[in-house]
Design a binder for this molecule. Structure first.
Ligand code: GLA
Length: 710
């Protein structure tokens, strides 16, 4: 018996059959069962019946479920030899190793007839996140075509509702939920990048599960190419969640001895609703050695301030204002290179544009550095405009369906995708970026990716996998050579948010919309997976460039505070009062940074759909910051009581309204007494069980509540 236990989770496998027998059975993935006094007894007790007119013996879920086991849901492996052989392997165990501490296991198996070897690694991290990865080796003397190799885990009968996310440009991460009847609910991403509609997490749970209640089983594929996540249930009683890389026809043809390794699937179980699931992912990410540990610097990004209008004088002035207000990182966005004066030309020509920057970027960088800020630069390394020197010199360096120059995939933002699996192309891009980083004092790259991959072929075959791996190699190599440089994953906003890219970058750009109302939704659901310190979140101009909505500075700040805070606004043209308020907001962010970026994200299941109530609670629960956000006009005259979740029931808290960049606008004749008094002291139990009356806010206003406990 293999029993992995960590972070409130148990995974129990029955591996008693031993070597030469089929793969271990997956008996349980869910709440921690504690030490199993009699594992054999449990395994025996769980043997199900076999129904009439069905497989004659009980059908069980194995580590890689296959038709050879009588499995009639999605198979773990779909693949075959070119002549059709080896299409239905039956893996027999060669060895089972349990790692030290009992949280990691490796099972290796083989099917001598199909000439395939399978190695499965399971690791239950201290956070409770279960990492599953398979490696398939071709032991034959001809090629083996892999169609799909998936990791899947069982769902109990009580997990009857599915939640996943969809979205689009400027409206990423929209939740959708429904019952899971018999059948498969699959979310496929065929974007060649993670995609604006990527689910981030596909979860199934007990009826009505919420942020704070219910049991939830979820998983995420740590991969930036094509992917599928699913939940399925069969009349035979089996149900599960799974995920796999989506491969094109003949995309993976293993030569003799070659291995296909799946991207890791990261799965979580929570007995405390979606907040428990997020807490596990956030703990997992924060536990990585590569997790950013320095205070997340206040960013100013120039995109919505100047767009392509690069002028040293104007940018110098912007930098001066930024430094005065407390900005710590100044990021020059698109438009500094080649013939890139608009989005129709220049991508691929990673040389500073002399017509715009006659003395290069160093005069600006020097100025920014003297002002005490870091300098960051925008790049989009995987892309090329057909109107560029690079494309004119190497028209064959692009991904295409035919592999013939001349037949290009559909254009998207006037650009095509470079074939980074081509070693010459990879080396060129690597060398250009390497030189840029060597020649300039750059602390940060905003790494963009502004189109889907369509008909993305490499060497006459589907090429998304090779491209994704080549991009990972490029990032890994640049990070190795320039270890101090931080990287942001941007893809027309939140089109590349996944834990594969985050293994080699330091934050994501959640969306191209800086509209605070849209951002409330987008950040809420992005943080289902990604902790706030990795989610770029900027204060935009009063009138949003993407939606045309106008918001008070207080609302914009209250929204951006719950992420990696920054500004994307021509603050040189902001009024003096606005600049002053922004400086104060920056000071508050800096003061609260350890709480905001080290605490646990909590989202109340607030009964009023017109509002959100969310916050961050310090690990020792001695401090918290909550936001009550009025999204739309409410059906209620007064909002009622806000129950603040996640606090220590046995502590007393001083609760104070925190006005940053102005008080929120209200529409009330009498304010709640405690806000009038400027605060109140109450026990954590009362705050969690009874709550506090809230003021009547106007729509698109937020009240911040700061809680401290001596
Ligand atoms: C993408 C990004 C934006 C900006 C532009 C520049 O759309 O998401 O933030 O960098 O490209 O062209």
């Amino acid at each position: 018996m293999l029993h992995l236990r960590a972070g409130g989770v148990s995974l129990v496998l029955d591996a008693r059959a031993g070597t030469g027998e089929p793969l271990p059975l997956v008996l349980h993935w869910g709440p921690d069962l504690g030490p199993l006094p009699d594992g054999d007894g449990l395994a025996e007790a769980l043997v199900p019946p076999a129904a009439h007119s069905a497989v004659d013996r009980p059908v069980r879920r194995r580590l890689l479920p296959m038709p050879a086991d009588g499995w009639r849901l999605r198979p773990g492996l779909a693949g075959a030899r070119p002549d059709g052989g080896g299409w239905s392997p039956r893996f027999l165990v060669r060895s089972v190793e349990l790692g030290e501490g009992g949280t990691c296991a490796v099972v290796s198996a083989e099917d001598p007839e199909a000439a395939l070897e399978l190695m499965t690694r399971l690791e239950l991290h201290p956070s409770g996140v279960l990492e599953v990865g398979h490696r398939l080796r071709n032991l034959g003397d001809g090629p083996y075509l892999v169609g799909q190799l998936a990791a899947s885990l069982p769902l109990p009968a009580r997990a009857v509702e599915v939640l996943d996310l969809t979205g689009r440009w400027c409206r990423e991460r929209i939740p959708q939920r429904h019952q899971l009847p018999h059948g498969t609910w699959a979310r496929e991403g065929r974007h060649g990048r993670t995609g604006h509609d990527a689910t981030l997490v596909l979860a199934a749970g007990t009826p009505g599960f919420g942020f704070r209640s219910g049991e939830v089983w979820g998983l995420h594929l740590a991969w930036s190419g094509d992917a599928v996540h699913w939940a399925e249930r069969n009349p035979d009683g089996h149900a599960g969640v799974g995920a796999a890389e989506l491969l094109g026809p003949s995309e993976v043809a293993l030569d003799p001895g070659e291995v296909y390794a799946t991207p890791p699937v990261l799965a979580t179980y929570s007995g405390e609703g979606l907040d428990g699931l997020s807490a596990a992912y956030h703990r997992y990410l924060r536990g990585r050695p590569s997790h950013p540990r320095t205070p997340r610097p206040v960013v100013l990004n120039t995109w919505e301030a100047v767009y392509f209008d690069h002028r040293l004088e104007r940018l110098t002035e912007l930098a001066e204002v930024a430094a005065r207000l407390g900005v710590e990182r100044f990021v020059l966005d698109d438009g500094w290179f080649g013939s890139r004066r608009n989005d129709r030309a220049g991508l691929g020509d990673w040389h500073v544009a002399v017509d715009v920057w006659p003395e290069g970027l160093n005069p600006l960088i020097g100025h920014v550095r003297r002002l005490g800020m870091e300098f960051g630069l925008w790049v989009e390394p995987e892309m090329v405009n057909p109107d560029s020197d690079l494309f004119r010199a190497h028209p064959d360096w692009v991904l295409s369906g035919s592999g013939r120059p001349g037949r290009l995939p559909e254009a998207w933002r006037n650009q095509q995708v470079l074939d980074l699996a081509n070693p010459d192309c990879w080396a060129y891009i690597h060398d250009r970026l390497d030189a840029l980083l060597a020649d300039h004092d750059i602390a940060f790259l905003k790494w963009d990716h502004n189109r889907d991959l369509i008909e993305a072929g490499h060497g006459g075959r589907p090429g998304v996998r090779a491209q994704t791996l080549a991009v990972y190699r490029l990032l890994d190599e640049l990070r190795r050579r320039h270890p101090g440089v931080e990287i942001e994953s941007c893809a027309s906003g939140g089109g590349r948010v996944d834990l594969g890219i985050l293994a080699r970058t330091d934050r994501v750009w959640a969306s191209d919309t800086n509209d605070a109302l849209e951002r409330q939704h987008i950040q809420r659901w992005t943080q289902l997976l990604v902790p706030p310190e990795l989610v770029g979140s900027h204060v935009g101009p009063p009138r949003s460039h993407t939606t045309g909505r106008t918001h008070d500075l207080g609302f914009r700040v209250a929204t951006a505070l719950f992420g990696h805070f920054g500004i994307e606004w021509d603050i040189a043209s902001a009024s003096e009062e606005e600049q002053q308020a922004l400086a104060e907001a920056i000071a508050v962010y800096k003061r609260l940074r350890p709480l905001l970026h080290g605490g646990q994200v909590v989202r109340a299941d607030h009964p009023n759909p017109a509002a959100y109530l969310h916050g961050v609670v310090a690990p020792d629960r001695a401090e918290a910051l909550f936001a009550y956000v009025q999204l739309t006009a409410s059906a209620f005259e007064t909002p009622g009581l806000a129950r603040l979740p996640g606090l220590d029931p046995d502590r007393a808290y001083q609760v104070s309204p925190l006005a940053v960049a102005g008080e929120p606008q209200t529409k009330q004749t009498v304010a709640p007494r405690w806000t009038e008094a400027g605060g109140v002291t109450l026990g954590g139990r009362a705050l969690g069980e009874v709550g506090l009356p809230l003021p009547v806010l106007r729509p698109e206003q937020a009240l911040l509540l700061h809680l401290t406990s001596p």
